[in-house]
Design a protein around this ligand. Structure first.
Ligand SMILES: [Zn+2]
Length: 66
């Protein structure tokens, strides 16, 4: 398997990132730790998953629930 690195030469592209969705402002972002807060509004009510599909589903669920 081919190894691809970010410009820092240390972090592999394949390393898992959390796909995070802020439940307060619905901001979508990536994070390397599960203790992250929303960089937009500072809320710690954040949905986290390694699966982008789950994160997208969470955004849609939040939109539907208003
Ligand atoms: Zn937010």
């Amino acid at each position: 398997m081919e190894r691809i690195y970010y410009p820092d030469g240390v972090t592999r592209i394949a390393d898992p990132f959390y796909k995070c969705v802020c439940r307060k402002c619905m901001h979508f972002f990536w994070a390397v730790t599960n203790g992250c807060r929303c960089p937009e509004c500072g809320s710690d009510d954040v949905f986290r998953s390694f699966d982008k599909g789950e994160a997208v589903a969470e955004i849609e669920r939040l939109r539907e629930s208003g």
